[in-house]
Structure formats: C-alpha cells, structure tokens
Ligand binder design. Structure first.
Ligand SMILES: [Zn+2]
Length: 115
C-alpha cells in the first residue's frame, strides 16, 4: 500500500525533528494532504495509526487537512479550481492545466509534550 510508505516517511520526518529538538512524544500531528496529492486520506490515517505504537507518534492526535486543488489554465490564463488531475478546465473545458495548488503532502504542525 502506497500510504504505508508515505506514513513511514512522515514518521521519519517526525523522528528527525524529535532527535533535533529533543522531544519524546508528540501530542498532535497536523498534516496537509492536498486533493491532488494522490493520497487516500483514510488509508494514510490508518497507516499512521498502525505504525505509531512504540514510536514518538504513540498516542498522538492526527489531523489531516485536505486543501482544495487548483491549476493554471494556459488557455484561460488564470488559476481555476479542479477536483482531480484528470479534470478539464471548468471555464473552457480544455486540458491545458498545470496543477499549482493542493498537490502536496506535508507536515503542517507538530505539537509536542513538554519534556
Ligand atoms: Zn481554461
């Protein structure tokens, strides 16, 4: 499952931060998974909960925001909202789109327990 390796990558990011900033446990992990990022949010949450026990993420609240997708339409010369990478431009119906929003999976915020 794709989301399992994503969850592993996120855990590594958090563990690196824990080593650098010397915290032991995470209270809340806030992620952003853009609707164009190709991430199944429920599967990602499940994968994170599955790997959390015994790690810095054990017991952490996981929040996942899903920023909407947008793309630059070359025909309209403007940014338009899209719900998927295969959608046409909602204004002109063409497919000359370059996604420019909602394309990322990233850690937005990490709230930790005081040492
Ligand atoms: Zn257009």
């Amino acid at each position: 499952m794709h989301e399992m390796s994503l969850a592993g990558g996120i855990l590594r990011i958090v563990e690196d931060a824990a080593a650098r900033e010397r915290f032991g446990r995470v209270r809340c992990l806030a992620l952003e998974a853009g609707v164009l990022a190709g991430v199944e949010v429920r599967a990602l949450r499940f994968a994170l909960e599955a790997i959390a026990p015994g790690t810095v993420l054990e017991g952490a609240t996981i929040e996942i925001d899903e920023p909407p997708g947008s793309a630059w339409c070359m025909a309209c010369s403007e940014t338009v909202p899209i719900a998927s990478r295969v959608d046409p431009c909602p204004r002109c119906g063409r497919h000359q789109l370059m996604p420019n929003g909602g394309t990322e999976l990233k850690v937005r915020e990490l709230i930790v327990h005081d040492a």
